[in-house]
Every structure is written in structure tokens, then in C-alpha cells.
Design a protein around this ligand. Structure first.
Ligand code: GDG
Length: 482
């Protein structure tokens, strides 16, 4: 079991890969949360008797006992509890009120609060202690994302025998922005506890290495940092992806095919469906996208009788002020646009503030003619890759922000600058009027990329390199067959 230090592979992430659900008869149980990361890591976890350490969600009441480690779906899960105050200060505060906006080009103003930083350090220490207790001698520990940047160093202090990897799922900002952070040096040193620090893009890795040189003063050469004790840390790009085959299979299923037709039917069989799917987040550029579209309806380029924009905005971080404000702004924009431009049975924008099962997402991807993904800044953006995976007959256009990490791989999309409303309008019109042959040419090329670089390749690529970090006397970890 996990608690006695026998796991050869340990994943440390903010959340456990399961959600607490209550059955109709009132019995609580765990349900695996959907997501590429879990399915990519599951086979490796099985082979290694792996453990996953994370917050189970919710707040632990004072005096409440800690949840014990448990096995679910063949994975050993180790819950790390957070108190209500820690949820506020560590999760909503430092993670989502300081780091998230700072790392996304300061699209919103980051707040620097000393008590949030104290909570961040405390919770990172707790995660590191759990990982130290669970990992076998010489194990690989893979720490994920911006909430846990101090864990690599804290863990190395407790367990110098481990091989530690870190992957950042969001952009790593340039020195000019990162340097605003009052605790910049501590965060860099935290990350330097890892043997490999992974980013989506080479630019993120370069920003990191440059900052380490400037702010910590370590020697660097290309992607390598050399610490005073001779240990080396590598910073490199590992662009994440999706389980493309799985998405395509889902998209081809008779249920999803029927549902996609039903969606178009419910929309009144329009000639053209545009689609946006995002977590409701200010980085995703939902507002300028809908504004650009509204202008195209207002000037008569598109007619609500035969064209509709479906925008799914999945509820997210609803207790953080900045998110509430943005939700109100988008609600108002959609209300105004539909009030001014819609007709009975034909809204300009069909706006859904809700989350859906994966099957419904696949049906939406199938039902769309043009997918519009316009983040101001996005580490990667998986939604556009999912859309591409679902377009198995090589049709469907993609309009994509050049500031999404995915734009580096999906260069055949209609690339746009989300700050340039006129440019975005022009790209949407071009995509809408493109010859089918042109749409197919672009989609084919993007499908090849998404098929060949899937999430399994991402996870295996990272873990193979971490496995190769082998100071003398450490044993090698087995890889799963096939
Ligand atoms: C972060 C980085 C990076 C959304 N609504 C529903 C739903 N989703 C799924 C999508 C997609 C995922 O959530 C969103 O992933 P993204 O990559 O688009 O964006 P973030 O959530 O911001 O993710 C990002 C990613 O980490 C991975 O490293 O790409 O840049 O910001 O898979 O399908 N899924 C279901 N119902 C919904 O309503 N089932």
C-alpha cells in the first residue's frame, strides 16, 4: 500500500483524479474525473504500483479526521486535506489570484498578499511530506502545475534519493512579468529541486533558464542549469496533448452521431454553426470573440436565420472576484447582442453556462462548422485538439489564437490575434467562406499532428527522460509493456 513508501511512481497534483459524488440513495462514492492526464498515466500507474497525491476537493472541518489513502480504479490515491482558510488563501488566493493572472500575461491584475504566500508554503510542505512518505527508494515523482512549485525542493530536502520531475500546465512568463512576484527567488529555487522542469513551449523553458541565471545566479548552458553542488536541472518543452484515438472513437459512435444531428436540429438546421468551448476564464478571450461575431451579425455578414454561435462556458472558480466580474460582463454582452440582433427562435448567440459529459462535448464538436478558440494566453489549449480529433471526415474549420500554445503545432488553423477585433472578424469570415478543398487540406494536416503527438507520447516522453536520470546506485523503474 501507499502509506509505507512502496510506490515506484508518484504523481503529485493539486487535485486527485476522482470526484466525490453522492448516489441517489445518499451513499457517497468516488468517481474518476474525466481527462487525458488520468487516462495517459493510468497504464503506467498500474505497472508501477503508482500512487497519486492530491486534494480531494472541499474543505476539512476543524477536528475532522484525515481521509485515509484508498485504492480506486486500480490507482492508489492519497488525499491531502485543505482547511477552509487554506482553500481561500492557497487555492483561490495565491494559486488563482496571484500566480494564474501573473503567468497569463497579467491579463487581470495579480494580487500579492503575504498571508496567501504563507498558506502556499504551508500547503506545499504538506504535499511534499505526503510524497516523501509514499515514494519507494529511488522512485520517480512527477509534480504537476503552478499550485505546487515549491514541492520539488521541499521533497528533495526530505528525500534526496528520488528522481523528481515537474511539469507546468500554464505558460511560464517572461522575466519582465515574473519579476513582479515578491517571492520570485523562492519559486525558482522550489522548481530547481526537480531534475527535469517541463513546459509546453521552448519559450517557457528559456524564460525559466534566463530567470534562474539572473535571479538565482546559477550557471546555465542552453537547457541545463548547474547548481553549486554539481547537480544539473534540465528545462525543456513537452507539449501536452489528448487521447486522440479515444476522442475519435467517441465521435464516430452512433450515439454521438445522432446527438450531433439533434443539436443541429434544435438550432433550427442552420447553414453554419460556430462553436466556442471554454472554462469561463478571463484568459480565454470569450468576450472579444463574441464581440467580433456580434459585429459580423450587426453589419449583415452573417444572418441569424441561418447562422448561430454556440458558446459553452463551463463554470469555474466562481468564488474568485475576478471570475464573478467577468461572468457578469459576458452575461450582459450576450443579453445585449441577442436583444438587439436575435429573432424569435433565432438568437445570435446560444450561450450555455454549464458543464457537460464528454459525449456531449464530442457531439458539439461534430455539430460545428467552425470552432473559434481565441485565448489571450493559454499554456496549450486542449479544446482545439479535441475538435480536430473529432473531425474524422477532414471537414470543419478552426480559428485559433496565436497566443495558445497549440498554435505552434496547429499552424494550419486560421491564426488570429485576439486583441485585434477586425483581424478576428476577417479570419472568421475567411474560414466561413473557404473552399471545402482548402478546409480539408488544413484539417488533414492538423489531424496528422494530433494523431501522432498524443497524450500517451507526452507522458511516456517525459517519464522516459526522468527514468534516465540515474545517479549511481539507483534502480531502474519498469516500463509498462506495449
Ligand atoms: C490548463 C491550461 C492546458 C471543458 N468544459 C467541459 C469539459 N472541458 C474540458 C475540455 C478540455 C479541458 O476541459 C480544458 O482544457 P484546456 O486545455 O482547454 O484548458 P484549461 O482547463 O485552462 O487547462 C491549458 C491544460 O491545462 C493541459 O495542460 O492545455 O493551457 O490552461 O479537455 O474538453 N469537459 C467536460 N465537460 C465540460 O463541460 N466533460
Amino acid at each position: 500500500m501507499t502509506a509505507n513508501g512502496s510506490a515506484d511512481l508518484v504523481i503529485v497534483a493539486n487535485r486527485l483524479p476522482v470526484d466525490r459524488v453522492i448516489d441517489p440513495d445518499g451513499t457517497p462514492r468516488w468517481r474518476r474525473s474525466p481527462g487525458g492526464l488520468v487516462s495517459a498515466l493510468e497504464p503506467v500507474m498500474r505497472v508501477h504500483d503508482g500512487a497519486w497525491i492530491g486534494w480531494p476537493g472541499g474543505a476539512q472541518e476543524e477536528g475532522e479526521e484525515d481521509l485515509e489513502p484508498f485504492v480506486e480504479d486500480g490507482m492508489q490515491l492519497v488525499p491531502v486535506p485543505l482547511s477552509a482558510q487554506e482553500v481561500e488563501e492557497f487555492y483561490e488566493g495565491f494559486s488563482n489570484g496571484t500566480l494564474w493572472p501573473l503567468y497569463h500575461d497579467v491579463v487581470a491584475k495579480p494580487l500579492f498578499k503575504r498571508e496567501w504566500w504563507e498558506a502556499y508554503k504551508r500547503v506545499n510542505q504538506r504535499f511534499a511530506e505526503r510524497a516523501a512518505a509514499v515514494a519507494a527508494r529511488g522512485a520517480m515523482v512527477w509534480v504537476h502545475d503552478y499550485q505546487l512549485q515549491l514541492v520539488p525542493q521541499l521533497l528533495r530536502e526530505l528525500r534526496p534519493d528520488l528522481r523528481i520531475g515537474f511539469f507546468l500546465h500554464i505558460p511560464f512568463p517572461p522575466a519582465e512579468l515574473f519579476s513582479q512576484l515578491p517571492w520570485r527567488r523562492a519559486v525558482l529555487e522550489g522548481l530547481l529541486g526537480a531534475d527535469i522542469v517541463g513546459f509546453h513551449l521552448p519559450g517557457g523553458a528559456q524564460n525559466f533558464v534566463r530567470l534562474v541565471r539572473q535571479r538565482v545566479g546559477h550557471k546555465t548552458h542552453r537547457d541545463l542549469v548547474t547548481l553549486p553542488d554539481g547537480r544539473q536541472v534540465r528545462a525543456a518543452a513537452y507539449p501536452i496533448s489528448i487521447d486522440a484515438a479515444d476522442f475519435e472513437e467517441l465521435a464516430r459512435s452512433p450515439e454521438v452521431t445522432r446527438r450531433a444531428e439533434a443539436i443541429r436540429g434544435a438550432l433550427g438546421h442552420p447553414k453554419r454553426v460556430l462553436l466556442g468551448v471554454d472554462r469561463l476564464d478571463y484568459t480565454k478571450g470569450i468576450y472579444p470573440r463574441l464581440r467580433a461575431y456580434a459585429e459580423l451579425v450587426a453589419d449583415g455578414t452573417f444572418d441569424v436565420e441561418d447562422t448561430v454561435f454556440v458558446q459553452v462556458a463551463t463554470p469555474s472558480r466562481e468564488r474568485v472576484d475576478e471570475y464573478r466580474k467577468m461572468r457578469d460582463e459576458i452575461d450582459m454582452l450576450v443579453g445585449r447582442v441577442n436583444g438587439n440582433l436575435g429573432r424569435i427562435g433565432h438568437p445570435a448567440i446560444s450561450y450555455l453556462h454549464s458543464s457537460y459529459p464528454r459525449e456531449e462535448m464530442a457531439a458539439l464538436y461534430r455539430a460545428a462548422d467552425i470552432m473559434v478558440v481565441t485565448p489571450y494566453r493559454d499554456g496549450m489549449n486542449l479544446v482545439c485538439k479535441e475538435y480536430v480529433a473529432c473531425r474524422y471526415d477532414n471537414d470543419g474549420a478552426l480559428v485559433l489564437s496565436e497566443f495558445a500554445g497549440a498554435a505552434h503545432e496547429l499552424s494550419q488553423a486560421w491564426l488570429v490575434n485576439p486583441y485585434d477585433i477586425n483581424g478576428m472578424k476577417a479570419a472568421i469570415v475567411e474560414a466561413a467562406n473557404a473552399e471545402p478543398k482548402e478546409v480539408t487540406r488544413r484539417m488533414k494536416a492538423m489531424r496528422k499532428t494530433v494523431r501522432e503527438h498524443d497524450v500517451d507520447r507526452w507522458a511516456t516522453g517525459f517519464l522516459d527522460e526522468l527514468d534516465a536520470v540515474r545517479p549511481p546506485g539507483r534502480r531502474r523503474v519498469r516500463r509498462p509493456a506495449g
